[in-house]
Write a new protein. Structure first.
Length: 246
């Protein structure tokens, strides 16, 4: 299968009628809001931004499309965990699970070395590329073409995820209206708070269409130090190494 065919297959999974990716719109009238279209939009935007930031590499584009794919498999997805002390455990487990699901679905149709790169990038989409003690990116050549630094590719996918998540779920999606200001500020704190400077500049340059997000983003900027928790990168890396068994 070619890269574009694989990406289209990933997106089609979100369109299955039986798939119910939902949130409860408790802030309004308890109506169930289907999230399928926002997951697809998020996936398409991260492919777009990862390509802009890194370039047109098959592993990068495919990994970007499939980065959240366990959400398309309700029976085997990682259960959401919102508590601060367990949130990164959830995020890492979700990324690893998405990579494993992708592998199981495409292992017969993708070159093994390309598959190794794709699954590595999916696993690290929440935390970016590996770094040394000074927070400088390490250099690890990709397995398939031996032509680029896969740690840099992972970094760019993480940046694209922050940008896409901000646009797809907070600006275009119903999440803030459904869950209220407290949730909105928390999610802004996640997408913007973890974003690297280049990604923050891109988010700042976007025209926000949702008036509620516009208000909350201004509030977040005023209270940023109170809302955004310091990230213990070594602790997150340790969690990843503990959970990644493959």
């Amino acid at each position: 299968m070619g890269a574009e065919q694989i990406i289209e297959t990933i997106w089609k999974k979100y369109e299955e009628p039986s798939l119910r990716i939902t949130i409860k719109a408790t802030a309004k009238n308890n109506e169930e809001v289907l999230m399928n279209e926002y997951e697809t939009l998020h996936s398409k935007l991260i492919v777009e931004w990862a390509t802009k930031l890194f370039g047109d590499q098959d592993a990068v584009r495919i990994a970007a499309a499939a980065h959240d794919w366990d959400r398309a498999f309700p029976d085997i997805r990682v259960p959401f965990e919102s508590s601060p002390e367990k949130y990164w455990d959830y995020k890492i487990a979700h990324a690893i699970n998405s990579a494993n699901i992708f592998y199981d679905n495409f292992k017969e149709s993708i070159n093994p070395q390309l598959m190794k790169d794709i699954t590595y990038l999916i696993k690290r989409h929440e935390i970016g590329g590996r770094k040394n003690s000074d927070r400088k990116l390490l250099f690890t050549p990709d397995s398939y073409s031996n032509s680029y630094n896969i740690e840099d590719a992972a970094e760019k996918i993480q940046m694209a995820d922050s940008i896409s998540g901000f646009i797809a779920f907070l600006d275009k999606g119903p999440a803030i209206e459904a869950r209220g200001d407290k949730y909105g500020l928390k999610k802004i704190g996640f997408y913007y708070g973890r974003a690297m400077p280049e990604a923050r500049e891109i988010i700042d340059s976007q025209k926000i269409t949702n008036p509620l997000l516009n208000r909350l983003f201004k509030e977040y900027k005023q209270k940023q130090s109170e809302i955004t928790q310091d990230i213990d990168y070594q602790s997150i890396e340790d969690k990843f190494n503990k959970l990644d068994k493959k």
